[in-house]
Design a protein around this ligand. Structure first.
Ligand code: FES
Ligand code: FES
Length: 156
């Protein structure tokens, strides 16, 4: 069947079964491979994208739930790594193996969209669903603070 949705601001029409997980639509139908498959069971957060601005687990979200809605993936942050989060991730040298990082970035993007100056506790709460087996949590937190300061500075 045919489903319309927006991916990173671009309208797309997808031919897939309505129960197809959004992750596979993004990767296999749209060709955006930044979003990763980890556990497939809502446990690790590697597949995190935004649906109308809210972080969701795309491995466990059926395409039908996304009809006529907006999805944002890591590729949508910027084309040239110019988003404050991407710049902060580079500055703090956050990724190790990198596998969890696009999901981390999307959870961080959702956090900063609703909270311009998150505390350590608020960061930990927002990021708790994103598991990093390499243990980059301290650098993730530092990078989010740097990005938040950058974004506040721009708007001042
Ligand atoms: S792959 Fe979706 S939560 Fe782990
Ligand atoms: S950087 Fe390796 S799993 Fe997070």
């Amino acid at each position: 069947m045919s489903t319309r949705l927006k991916i990173n601001g671009r309208a797309v029409e997808v031919q897939a079964e309505s129960d197809t997980p959004l992750l596979w639509v993004i990767r296999d139908e749209i060709g955006l491979t930044g979003t990763k498959f980890g556990c497939g069971a809502k446990l690790c957060g590697a597949c995190t994208v935004l649906l109308d601005g809210e972080p969701i687990r795309s491995c466990s979200t059926p395409l039908s739930r996304c009809a006529d809605r907006s999805v944002a993936t890591v590729e949508g942050l910027s084309r040239n790594n110019s988003h404050p989060l991407q710049k902060a991730w580079i500055r703090h040298d956050v990724p190790q193996c990198g596998y969890c990082q696009s999901g981390q970035l999307m959870s961080a993007a959702a956090l900063l969209a609703r909270n311009k100056n998150p505390s350590d506790g608020e960061i930990d709460e927002a990021m708790k669903g994103n598991v990093c087996r390499c243990g980059t949590y301290v650098r993730v937190r530092a990078a989010i603070k740097t990005a938040a300061a950058d974004m506040r500075g721009r708007k001042a």
